[in-house]
Design a protein around this ligand. Structure first.
Ligand code: HEC
Ligand code: HEC
Ligand code: HEC
Length: 465
């Protein structure tokens, strides 16, 4: 009897807890607004919204390659299964054409849809919660003036029991802090603007911060390096492995142009980010760079000295690299017998030691963050798949070597680059990693340097004005 009573007590407590939990997380439906999509919006508000949407990279996740912009349906693989982005065009049936501004703001700020369902954090509302009402108004005006497209996303394919959205209430309790950014009065206006853009709409941390077992960003390792679409998003904090330390100027240049003479071109998903940031005024780019540089902090005296030494041996721009200055860096003769040396000499050196200026010449690998990082994935990606040309413009191009080199050869080559051009320990498991990348077991998104090939029909936010 006593046992039964204890059980029923326990059950009662569990039910009360569950009901309480659901009540805390319960959100009501916001009534449909049938006039939302036909209301006129001021053109300057729409233009501002276009810029903000570019910072938020909305088009990248909400567009399938070759399909209509913002119509959703792009599969987003996660460790918990595959999610599909939704249609955010103003189509009344399948898009957000009946969402009032209040419903849109709630989605951005709380991660809840118009009907009151919790959204999965693959939609980065944990960052978008920082966006001000004023900026949300502009974003809303921009989306409501897009072309309505009838398209429904496929059902999400998530591991049991994750299709049950109320579970997200628990995730939110643990990991989500709702609220607009509070400026830090001890910092400059520019720094605060940069923080607002980078941590809020720009959601840099969604790729650059590692995630925990629940898929939430690990706050203790902010910007310490993460993963995105099969690429390593390098550390952009004090752990940065860039041989020449980044500065406000170099970050601003890289974000503005998608390349930097001492750092090479932005590739993979970062190409999309820098492509989209093209819409922002210089002052905003500068603000982001100011904030990111402050997160990186002053490099240690040793790193700074090493960077300056590199600058001296390369000459600014890496254009006057000589074999002599190379040999100073590493006794390359010691590596002459390395199985990767001959491949490098025959296939890579002509472009990567040509001294041709960035972004059209290959970066000298002594300057490469990729070669100096703990994970070789990005070099493998570039070697196998190359850098495809950007349509209709002059761009950095590199041939793909996937068809000419076998897995062992790529592994030897990558191992050689590491040994020759960095002072970091050798990578292990290379052949296996190359094989998985080639076979698609480790899927990789390959984009040209402007990042807009992914949705050719829409050509990115640049033309969404
Ligand atoms: C990293 C990918 C990603 C980015 C970037 C992104 N979204 Fe989404 N978004 C999603 C996914 C995935 C969903 C669906 C989530 C779900 O099913 O719970 C979604 C859902 C939404 C919804 C809810 C729509 C509905 O019908 O329920 C809105 C509104 C939205 N996004 C707006 C935006 C805006 C505006 C931006 C840019 C500022 C943006 N998203 C950027 C992935 C993204
Ligand atoms: C969708 C994922 C994604 C987002 C969002 C993103 N990045 Fe990146 N970022 C990457 C990847 C992947 C790389 C590596 C690219 C490469 O190999 O060229 C990268 C590289 C970089 C680099 C070069 C680092 C180095 O040492 O070479 C900088 C700087 C950078 N990102 C800054 C930012 C900033 C600032 C933001 C926010 C405005 C941002 N990123 C948002 C994925 C992302
Ligand atoms: C026809 C010229 C050409 C050849 C040949 C070539 N590359 Fe490249 N490579 C480029 C250009 C241009 C870039 C873009 C500029 C940059 O970021 O270095 C690039 C970029 C790269 C990058 C990214 C730079 C970084 O940050 O580390 C890697 C890695 C790379 N190449 C590896 C290789 C390897 C390995 C080979 C030989 C198998 C090779 N490349 C052969 C032209 C070339």
């Amino acid at each position: 009897m006593r046992f039964l009573r204890a059980i029923s007590l326990l059950l009662t407590v569990a039910v009360i807890a569950a009901v309480g939990f659901l009540m805390i997380g319960w959100r009501s439906e916001i009534p449909p607004d049938d006039r939302a999509a036909s209301t006129p919006y001021p053109p300057d508000l729409v233009t501002k919204g276009a810029q903000l949407a570019a910072v938020g990279n909305c088009i990248a996740c909400h567009t399938k390659p070759g399909q209509e912009a913002f119509a959703g349906g792009l599969p987003i693989p996660t460790p918990f299964g595959t999610l599909y982005s939704t249609n955010i065009t103003p189509d009344p049936e399948t898009g957000i054409g009946r969402w009032s501004e209040a419903a849109f703001v709630r989605a951005m700020r709380e991660g809840v849809d118009r009907q009151g369902n919790h959204l999965y954090p693959a939609f980065p509302y944990d960052h978008f919660t920082w966006v001000t009402d004023e900026d949300n108004k502009a974003l809303y005006a921009f989306l409501m003036t897009r072309k309505p497209v009838k398209a429904s996303a496929p059902e999400n394919d998530l591991k049991f029991p994750l299709q049950f959205r109320p579970l997200l209430v628990g995730w939110n309790m643990l990991f989500f802090r709702e609220g607009v950014m509070q400026p830090d009065p001890s910092q400059s206006e520019e720094w605060n603007r940069g923080r607002y853009l980078a941590e809020g709409l720009g959601h840099c941390g969604a790729c650059h911060t590692p995630r925990n077992a629940f898929g939430a960003e690990d706050r203790n390792h902010h910007f310490a390096g993460g993963e995105a679409e099969g690429w390593q998003a390098y550390a952009i904090n004090a752990d940065s492995k860039s041989p020449v330390p980044w500065t406000v100027d170099s970050i601003a240049f890289y974000l503005r142009n998608g390349w930097h003479e001492l750092h090479g071109v932005s590739r993979g998903p970062m190409a999309e980010v820098t492509g989209n940031l093209g819409l922002l005024p210089d002052s905003d780019i500068r603000a982001i760079a100011t904030y990111i540089a402050s997160v990186m902090g002053e490099p240690s005296p040793e790193r700074k000295e090493r960077g300056e030494q590199l600058l001296r041996s390369f000459g600014k721009g890496g254009a006057d690299i000589t074999t002599a200055s190379l040999d100073e860096n590493k006794a390359s003769a010691d590596l002459a017998g390395h199985p990767g040396a001959a491949i490098y000499g025959a296939a890579c050196a002509t472009c990567h030691e040509s001294g041709r200026a960035q972004p059209f010449g290959g970066l000298h690998f002594t300057l490469s963050t990729a070669v100096n990082s703990a994970n070789p994935q990005n070099i493998i990606n570039v070697t196998l798949f190359g850098l495809p040309p950007a349509d209709g413009q002059l761009s950095a191009i590199m041939p793909a070597f996937g068809n000419t080199l076998n897995d062992q050869q790529v592994a030897d080559l990558v191992g050689y680059l590491r040994e020759r051009f960095s002072d970091q320990p050798a990578w292990s498991g290379l052949t296996d990693l190359v094989a998985k990348t080639r076979s698609g077991e480790h899927p990789v998104t390959v984009l040209p340097s402007d990042g807009i090939e992914r949705a050719p029909k829409n050509v990115g936010a640049k033309e969404q004005k």
